[in-house]
Design a protein around this ligand. Structure first.
Ligand SMILES: NC(=O)c1ccc[n+]([C@@H]2O[C@H](COP(=O)([O-])OP(=O)(O)OC[C@H]3O[C@@H](n4cnc5c(N)ncnc54)[C@H](OP(=O)(O)O)[C@@H]3O)[C@@H](O)[C@H]2O)c1
Length: 157
């Protein structure tokens, strides 16, 4: 089963200049705790944005070019999706915009940190989705450095 996990602004902002926009320590902690010991799948741009492999996770990168530093490169997405979609194992899709779009319709859960802020300079966005097709659970609300955020989990009905 696939779960998308992302931090998004009011307009679904995800990133700019291949970096994150909002920096919330509590969100990083939530991400680490939620994805720990799982497989994480990311696009090559997101991989490039990281300082290196995310520890305590199996790092899978989607790219047409094999990436030797990753644990696995997926060059063809369709067979990977077909093989893993119906399994009990929770595989986390960690971005970015292109990869979220490709997995959205195959995902059971969307863990979204909804940040009450915006950035007109954003260049990457989380895809819009039909919220009526999901049950929304509020995990926690908080505030850090003037940024109000909500950890929400959308579960496909
Ligand atoms: N806010 C958040 O939670 C969050 C999370 C993650 C990322 N981000 C942000 O998102 C931005 C990056 O997102 P992005 O949309 O530019 O890129 P991305 O989704 O990270 O990566 C796109 C790349 O993945 C590869 N790819 C995608 N689909 C493929 C397929 N079907 N087959 C083979 N390869 C495929 C391609 O690489 P090749 O050209 O190598 O084939 C493509 O150029 C950054 O700003 C990052 O900071 C934000």
């Amino acid at each position: 089963m696939f779960s998308l996990i992302a931090a998004i602004g009011k307009n679904n902002e995800l990133g700019k200049n291949n970096q994150l926009i909002f920096h919330i320590k509590e969100d990083m902690k939530f991400f680490r705790n939620t994805t720990k010991d799982h497989k994480v799948v990311m696009g090559r741009n997101t991989w490039k944005s990281l300082p290196g492999k995310l520890p305590n996770r199996i790092n899978i990168v989607v790219s047409e070019t094999p990436i030797t530093e990753a644990d696995l490169t997926i060059q063809e997405l369709a067979p990977f999706i077909q093989k893993n979609k119906g399994t009990d194992e929770e595989i986390f899709i960690i971005g970015g915009g292109m990869i979220y779009r490709e997995f959205l319709n195959h995902a059971k859960n969307l863990y979204l940190t909804e940040i009450d802020n915006e950035d007109p300079a954003a260049d990457t966005f989380f895809p819009t989705f039909d919220k009526s097709k999901y049950t929304k659970e509020i995990i926690k609300k908080g505030s850090e450095n003037g940024l109000n955020y909500t950890f929400a989990k959308y579960i496909k009905k």
